[in-house]
Design a protein around this ligand. Structure first.
Ligand code: ADP
Ligand code: GLC
Length: 472
């Protein structure tokens, strides 16, 4: 059995702001099938501690960046958690990354360095009964782990997964001592990045192997446009880099058993859910497709492109039900547009149950991202016969088969892709959607193909297992 410690900043079902949490929560169970035993080291944020029963700590640190901290072991929803209970770092109002105004916590460098330091401690044998063979870090929050492994004299292999390269976790060079980092290694071939400490760079330079969450994003990351300053490093490490497409939890996302919806087996069974969804969103009946979109509302997700392309859908009988939250300017713009169009309804907020109902009731799911390392909502869409209409990038390129004439002839199309990623091409994609939807047989065949496409963790888990074996 291979023992792997995940070091990660969010994990479903305890705490989630995006797909990272879904992945960290579902991958351990999938890996268990391959004789890999995962424990997940997670910060004990206030919301996490509220769900954890206090028990005797399995490890204690007298001074973890300013105060004492404990590690508490527990099993929740089948995941073996190691919760880092450090109130001085994690017990506070606001979100897990920042205060109520949306500004990052000033001590984020310490908050996540602490997680990495304890990760290295666990690798060194700090727990009485369990010591990992491999540490697997996710995104910049885990990036300093190899530095602490190194300073503890450990050679434990470190696998680093990039879920989103847009966040670098930079800190001022003045924090070198505060973060217990080796000042001699503050150089461009370790973790110095334009005069700052970069946790992301530390992870990329220190990792035994690097992967990201789709092959296309792995290739894109080698270019300046997508690599965001890390492209040179990734090119240098190309031989250690791979892409592994995420899966989704097939039990949580199963149209035949989903308790949130009117259950269905085939596309025809979606109609009751569609009627219910139109009611929930205050939309009337329409001749065209009901599109849905569930997302963080940020520039990454192409919401501004959506606003420009929307008339092509709404003025031609289509509808859109949108659920999301994020950038206040985008929220306002969406609400304004909804006030003007009877075929557009917007709900601002985060609502897991409603997101299931949207997958069940929608005809098509929109994912117009400017970049998308993997993307999960198009995978939920496939599983629920909700045809993905997506930008051709990253994981969206790898998981959707565009309804081109060739794919239609071979009866393998599962969705619609558009490129270049701009409002004009997006509007054209809406036109293609309306045409495909208007032919019932054609539409049904795309839905059926979508529902047949494997979207579980099986393939990814096997590939991660191989990756782990390659570093041992
Ligand atoms: P990212 O991690 O970049 O936000 P993903 O597509 O990988 O994008 O994952 C987003 C996850 O968050 C999905 O599980 C999606 O359903 C969920 N999600 C995003 N916004 C909302 C929302 N407003 N309500 C419910 N679920 C949401
Ligand atoms: C990131 C990416 C998203 C991916 C998720 C899980 O948040 O933006 O594309 O699906 O991580 O890997």
């Amino acid at each position: 059995m291979t023992k792997v410690l995940f070091v990660v900043s969010e994990c479903a079902p305890l705490v989630k702001t995006g797909g990272l949490a879904d992945v960290a929560g579902a991958l351990p169970a999938a890996l268990a099938q391959y004789d890999v035993n995962v424990r997940v080291l997670l910060p004990g944020y206030r919301t996490v501690m509220a769900q954890v029963q206090k028990s005797k700590p399995v490890a204690t640190y007298n001074n973890l960046f300013g105060n004492s901290a404990d590690v508490i072991a527990c099993q929740i929803a089948g995941v073996d958690f190691l919760i880092l209970d450090a109130p001085h770092l994690y017990d506070r109002d606001g979100s897990i990354y920042g205060d109520a105004t949306g500004a990052d916590w000033l001590d984020n460098p310490e908050r996540f360095a602490a997680l990495c330091k304890v990760g290295a401690g666990i690798a060194a044998g700090d727990l009485p009964d369990w010591q990992p063979d491999i540490v697997h870090g996710h995104d910049w929050h885990a990036g300093l782990t190899p530095e602490y492994l190194r300073s503890a004299g450990l050679e434990t292999p470190f696998v680093f997964t990039i879920h989103n390269i847009a966040f670098h976790g930079n800190a001022s060079a003045q924090k070198l001592a505060d973060l217990s980092l080796d000042a001699d290694r503050f150089t461009s071939d370790h973790f110095e990045f334009w005069g700052q400490i970069s946790a992301l760079k530390a992870g990329l330079m220190g990792a035994t192997k690097i992967n990201t969450v789709s092959q296309t994003y792995a290739d894109e990351l080698m270019t300046p446009e997508f690599g965001l300053g890390m492209d040179g490093i990734l090119q240098a490490r190309q031989s250690d880099m791979s892409g592994i497409v995420n899966g989704i939890d097939l039990d949580a996302w199963n149209p035949q058993t989903d308790p949130n919806i009117t259950k269905f087996k085939s596309p025809a069974g979606k109609s009751k859910n569609k009627t219910a969804l139109q009611k929930t969103f205050g939309l009337g009946k329409a001749d065209g497709p009901l599109c849905v979109l569930v997302s963080r509302l940020t520039e990454q997700k192409g919401i501004d492109l959506l606003l420009d392309a929307l008339p092509a859908l709404l003025d031609n009988g289509g509808q859109l039900a949108l659920l999301g939250s994020g950038d206040p300017a985008l929220e306002v713009a969406l609400l304004k547009a909804a006030a003007k169009h009877q075929n557009l309804s917007v709900k601002i907020g985060y609502n897991e149950k409603l997101s299931h109902q949207m997958m069940a009731g929608g005809d098509a799911i929109l994912v117009p991202s400017r970049f998308e390392p993997c993307g999960l909502t198009q995978l939920y869409g496939l599983r629920y016969g909700t045809v993905p209409l997506v930008a051709l990038t990253g994981g969206l390129a790898d998981t959707v088969i565009n309804a081109s004439p060739a794919a239609m002839a071979r009866k393998v199309a599962t969705g619609i892709q558009f490129f270049p990623i701009n409002a004009h091409a997006f509007a054209n994609a809406f036109n293609r959607l309306l045409t495909l939807y208007s032919d019932k047989d054609v539409w049904r065949s795309i839905q059926r193909n979508a529902m047949k496409q494997p979207v579980g963790w099986e393939a990814a888990a096997q590939t991660y297992k191989d990756l782990y074996e390659s570093v041992l």
